[in-house]
Design a protein. Structure first.
Length: 156
């Protein structure tokens, strides 16, 4: 039994560990290159543009179509996801190297190359640079902007 007035010393729990900064914590250098369009073309086995959130509504409005008409003409289902129909070497909305739906483009397109799968390791990012000539060019994109782009996508 403890003596009156005695307060036992209780070790304070250690402070919570600070969240570990990702390898790209200082930001990444990236600038989309003029007349490129490589991200809009098939590469390896990757040939999907996933439509999420308001993508269908935005693209349908761009074309002056109903959502149902847009879905019927331009999309298909893949594993339960709505994806653009890509029957050729690139996005159906690519004209040469120019995006014909740029103002209404899907979230996936607007967030490239800052996708979680591209940012998992420095090696993946460096591998992507062999495909995307904008990596390592231009100004540094700060981590806050990178994280905002990764959060914009609901599909990983």
């Amino acid at each position: 039994m403890d003596a009156p007035g005695y307060t036992p010393r209780v070790a304070k729990p250690p402070p919570p560990a600070a969240p570990r900064r990702p390898w790209y914590g200082e930001g990444l250098q990236f600038e989309c290159q003029p007349e490129c369009g490589r991200c809009c073309s098939r590469h390896d086995e990757y040939a999907y543009v996933y439509l999420e959130g308001d993508d269908v509504a935005r693209l349908a409005a761009h074309f002056g179509m109903t959502r149902a008409a847009f879905r019927q003409q331009w999309t298909r289902k893949d594993d339960g996801y709505t994806v653009l129909k890509i029957d050729g070497p690139g996005c159906p909305f690519l004209d040469g190297t120019r995006c014909t739906v740029y103002q209404a483009r899907p979230i996936q397109c607007g967030t490239f190359p800052f996708w979680r799968e591209n940012l998992r390791t420095r090696g993946r990012w460096e591998d992507l640079a062999t495909f995307c000539p904008g990596i390592g060019k231009g100004d540094f994109v700060p981590i806050d902007a990178i994280l905002a782009r990764t959060r914009a996508r609901s599909i990983e």
